[in-house]
Design a binder for this molecule. Structure first.
Ligand SMILES: Cc1cc2nc3c(=O)[nH]c(=O)nc-3n(C[C@H](O)[C@H](O)[C@H](O)COP(=O)(O)OP(=O)(O)OC[C@H]3O[C@@H](n4cnc5c(N)ncnc54)[C@H](O)[C@@H]3O)c2cc1C
Ligand code: SF4
Length: 509
């Protein structure tokens, strides 16, 4: 019988992948390849490449132990064709077959490239997710607006998670009003789990340093989990130590505590080392056993079966052109501060600095610091999208793009977000300890030392007035602006223009 090639991609490292469902007995060969193209189509962070290649090598061993024949190509193999498609064609010739089975990749770029191959490609659904494309399409059909909250309630009913019969536990679907406490200097300092690199990881770190020199960040300090056992330890650490406070301090930011009470499980969920079911079950058990409060557990489960699934649904529903959307016509180039360039802004330095060191920033740092600044400053959303896709350990287009293009940059015109996520410096000051260490004064609304967020915030609202003043959730902001003394308004706009001119000249802000 003709062998089939079973393609496993670097973010498909689970024995439950649909493409593996026929089992090793069928006599097929699993193809796995470390290829330069996947590390460079955007300049991925060296720690992200290290995570993926290390986890691939370990998963290949796991498959061999389970009886699979695995054709594995390392990055430094002289025969390496350099791309996924090239490797498949090479293996097709080697094994004298034109039959390929794979699970749908998480980005259109690869889906299209694989479908265009001169091979017989069977692309199966990715069953690691709670909602299939068809289910999301059914939910979305005929709705005027696609708000996450309503989708989330359906997922709660579907899974029975945090349900008491037909009703949500605690009588409410969402406990967000109990969350969002500001940061305090004496918060949690336990930190996430760290794993000393073993021989496999060290070999990959050397290879990545050699091959991807010049990418933002280094492999130094790499301490991520790279196999399922380690990923389970991360989950356990989070559930025991951080989940109880996850809700309260979800939006807090501290300069010397990059992770706070966040789970840091997105890299493992996204590459297949953890699954949504076990993660949500562990959180629900903590609640039912009285080890974590409902506001924390509900908030956490909402991120997984609500936001994560919804975001994926939007990516596939909206199709290939989604990443090119630019509703607000923002065209400014991404400033050098995003790549570690000089800046007086302590919040940007902190968010970018930890991104460089860890390839990680938590949601509020991504949304309300780097994302907020890009939106206020009118940066081209395609460049913002490329930056987020490049620098984060958990970045895969299906999850990164709707978060960036939709939630953070409002470039999709309000599909994901009902209003733009913009704020002045006072929000960052309330939720963080950054402002004390800043060259700017968060209390100054105008003048040389005024926080750039303060002046850019009003500039943004003013320049997009036609679009947003009719938005019920933004009316109060426009009323505040209109009540301001005309001289003050002029000063704010002029100070904001000065900041934007500096950005345009490439001067640090
Ligand atoms: C501009 C921007 C870009 C982002 N890019 C990515 C990305 O490339 N990959 C990625 O996984 N997440 C992305 N997110 C969502 C979110 O910031 C990360 O999932 C989260 O910070 C991961 O860290 P954590 O595991 O500590 O999360 P926690 O705060 O502990 O949350 C638990 C889990 O919930 C899920 N989750 C939470 N929020 C979201 C969300 N908005 N969308 C999807 N899943 C969510 C994640 O799987 C996460 O691991 C982005 C958010 C923004 C605003
Ligand atoms: S003053 Fe403004 S720029 Fe400085 S840290 Fe605070 S919010 Fe950021």
């Amino acid at each position: 019988m003709v062998k089939r090639l079973i393609l496993i991609l670097g973010d498909q490292l689970s024995p439950e992948m649909s493409c593996l469902s026929d089992g090793p007995e069928a006599g097929d060969v699993v193809v796995m390849a470390e290829v330069a193209d996947e590390g460079t189509y955007v300049p991925h962070h060296p720690q992200k490449i290290t995570l993926i290649l290390s986890a691939m090598r370990k998963f290949a061993d796991q498959l061999r132990d389970a009886g699979w024949e695995v054709a594995y190509t390392t990055l430094d193999d002289p025969d390496n064709a350099g791309s996924i498609c090239g490797e498949l064609l090479r293996r097709a010739e080697e094994f004298e077959t034109d039959q390929v089975v794979l699970t749908e990749p998480g980005e259109w770029r690869l889906i299209d490239a694989l479908n265009d191959l001169p091979l017989h490609v069977e692309m199966r659904q990715d069953t690691r997710f709670l909602a299939s494309h068809a289910e999301f399409e059914r939910w979305a059909e005929g709705r005027k607006s696609l708000r996450m909250e309503y989708f989330y309630r359906e997922m709660r009913r579907k899974t029975g998670l945090l349900m008491d019969g037909d009703d949500p536990c605690g009588g409410q679907w969402n406990f967000d009003q109990d969350n969002r406490k500001p940061a305090r200097g004496d918060l949690f300092k336990l930190g996430p789990c760290r794993f000393e690199p073993d021989d496999t990881v060290r070999a990959v770190m050397d290879l990545v340093t050699d091959r991807f020199d010049g990418h933002f960040g280094t492999v130094d300090g790499f301490a991520y989990a790279t196999d399922r056992d380690q990923a389970l330890q991360v989950l356990d650490h989070f559930i025991k130590n951080a989940l109880p406070c996850f809700g309260d301090y979800q939006d807090a930011m501290l300069a010397d505590d990059p992770v706070l009470y966040h789970a840091l499980i997105s890299p493992y969920l996204n590459i297949g080392l953890l699954g949504w079911r076990e993660v949500c079950a562990a959180a629900e058990t903590a609640y039912r056993d009285g080890d974590a409060p409902l506001n924390a557990v509900e908030g956490f489960i909402r991120q997984i079966i609500g936001w994560r699934e919804y975001i994926r649904g939007i990516y596939f529903l909206k199709g290939r052109d989604y990443t090119a959307q630019n509703t607000l016509n923002h065209t400014r180039d991404l400033p050098a501060v995003y790549w570690g360039g000089d800046s007086g802004m302590a919040c940007m330095r902190a968010a970018v600095g930890q991104t460089r060191d860890l390839a990680y920033a938590h949601h509020i740092q991504r949304l309300m610091v780097t994302g907020n600044f890009a939106l206020l400053a009118g940066i081209d959303p395609a460049q913002v999208h490329e930056w987020y896709l490049s620098v984060y350990i958990d970045a895969f287009e299906w999850v990164e793009a709707p978060n960036t293009i939709g939630m953070s940059q409002f470039a999709d015109g309000g599909i994901v977000a009902s209003k733009p996520y913009v704020s002045s410096g006072s929000y960052i000051d309330r939720m963080s300890d950054y402002c004390g260490d800043c060259a700017y004064k968060v209390g100054d609304k105008t003048g040389k030392e005024a926080c750039p967020f303060n002046v850019l915030y009003w500039h943004f609202l003013n320049r997009h007035r036609d679009r947003f003043q009719g938005n019920g959730r933004m009316g109060m902001m426009y009323r505040t602006w209109d009540k301001m003394d005309a001289g003050k308004r002029d000063a704010i706009i002029s100070d904001a223009e000065t900041v934007l001119e500096r950005l345009d000249r490439g001067d640090p802000v």
